[in-house]
Design a protein around this ligand. Sequence first.
Ligand SMILES: *Cc1c(COP(=O)(O)O)cnc(C)c1O
Length: 339
Amino acid sequence: MAMTTHREDDTSPRAPLGTWPTLLEPAPRLARALGLGPEDLWVKRDDLTGLGGGGNKIRKLEWTCGAALAAGATTLVTTGAPQSNHARLTAAAGARLGLRVVLVLAGAPGGTASGNLALDGLFGATVVWAADGEPLDSRARKVVEEERARGEVPALIPFGGSSALGARGYVECARELLDQAPDLATVVVALGSGGTMAGLVAHLGTSRVLGVHCGAVTDPAATVTRLVDELAGPGGVTGAPRLRLDQVGDGYDTPGEPVMNALTLAARTEGIVLDPIYTGRAMAGLIAAVADGDITPGRRTVFLHTGGLPGLFGHPATLARAGAALLSPPDNPRHAPTA
Ligand SMILES: *Cc1c(COP(=O)(O)O)cnc(C)c1O
């Protein structure tokens, strides 16, 4: 059920980091390739949010960094996977705001940094590797203590930026989207740490937001519901989140074949680059939703492009497949008419 009210403390400071509003663009060739009408599918370009290569984390960081600055922070500390887009954009936000950034990442140093990790270094962030089996949160709390000991004022930004505060950025996005597309039937979004979907659901209701689980959290429905309840108040939004759980493949880092197909199709019909972890899964979920009748022609579907391009350059298996695809063009739909 749609619900447009939510608790909001309008005195909360917001650090200006991104470029708004993001574009809403038609995707007629991709729509036709999926069996939709040419007017049915639109792409909300939250990959083009400006700062640091762009992506959905910027909307959340405007709120979490705003709170950090208001609290007098001098260092931002956050956690993530080695190819975390959120970590990269936190590093960029720190550079923009003149704050020190420490990233606590899962794994071990070694080899040449690629993709997001290379950008983390370029933005001047310090990377701390959590020891094998050490929970990221407890390592991050240690880093916070270490920062205090050296006289800094640390602010801990949550995993993926997904606190209720960060998710407000996606309440804003939902407002923006309704201005651009009042007849919106479904917005399809990748579900990682959950804040993006939760912010959308808090403003649009459960039925208009389809989340595609990417395998980053163990209980996606509970994760989203908890954040929605914090944003809208318990019972403020009714119904269970609308989710697809069929695109996780062999796990977060190992997308399945439908994801590779989705990457190829979006690239060849619209010149849009998706990433193998999030947006490729979301598009594979959209394709599956059209195939099984959950998304139908004649109604407006919006694909929320949440960014992730640097992650493609940090995922060797996908890069190898993409390069090989250049050599085998038979299923390239480039000559498909648009109408
Ligand atoms: C983090 C991320 C998501 C998921 O957003 P959450 O708010 O964590 O659920 C989707 N796409 C990309 C590219 C991301 O980096």
